[in-house]
Design a protein around this ligand. Structure first.
Ligand code: NI
Length: 183
């Protein structure tokens, strides 16, 4: 089932997600529907808030070609996509940070540089409730940080420079108005 993607400035995007405590078939179904919704929208990540549910669940699917280092070697040979993260937390991150132009399915056609740690260690549960840990760099590290932010009600615009936010203010106002009209 494909969900409608919630756009800025619907208040659910600002809600902190509740911890997932039940690992039943409903959760597997919801995760599968989120993957389907993300693929349909041609995104690489989707958080539950973006389909109107404030719970700690997100999905990620990064194409293999975008997940290689400069020599063309796969950065995450052990990670199987799509990735479903339940109750994910960043446990550790590198001191080294870098900017990257991010987009978000809740902000159509709006991109901007966000500075984030290059490497992170993320602990999460899979759809069965089993504890997992992944150390990531590159696109996966970035995407996990963006999605975990969503689960905390934090949006990528919050992490952009003030100058960039001023530049985007007209577009954001228009998107907010459009979202209000549709809801
Ligand atoms: Ni996003």
């Amino acid at each position: 089932m494909i969900y409608k993607i919630i756009k800025f400035a619907n208040p659910v995007l600002r809600r902190k997600g509740a911890l997932v405590t039940e690992f039943k078939d409903e959760l597997k179904e919801l995760a599968a529907d989120m993957v389907e919704t993300m693929h349909d929208a041609e995104g690489i990540g989707l958080a539950a808030q973006q389909i109107g549910k404030a719970i700690r669940l997100c999905v990620i699917d990064i194409p293999e070609r975008a997940d290689k280092d400069d020599e063309g070697v796969s950065l995450h040979p052990d990670v199987t996509m799509p990735l479903v993260l339940v109750n994910p937390e960043v446990m550790a991150h590198s001191e080294e940070r870098e900017p990257y132009e991010e987009g978000c399915l809740s902000f159509p056609e709006i991109t901007g540089n966000v500075v984030r740690p290059v490497e992170v260690t993320v602990r999460f549960q899979d759809v069965s409730g089993a504890e997992q840990e992944v150390g990531a760099r590159g696109m996966l590290a970035r995407c996990m940080q963006h999605e975990i932010d969503h689960l905390n009600g934090v949006l990528y615009i919050d992490r952009m420079s003030n100058v960039k936010r001023v530049t985007l203010s007209g577009k954001l106002k228009r998107l907010k108005k459009q979202t209000e009209l549709e809801s």
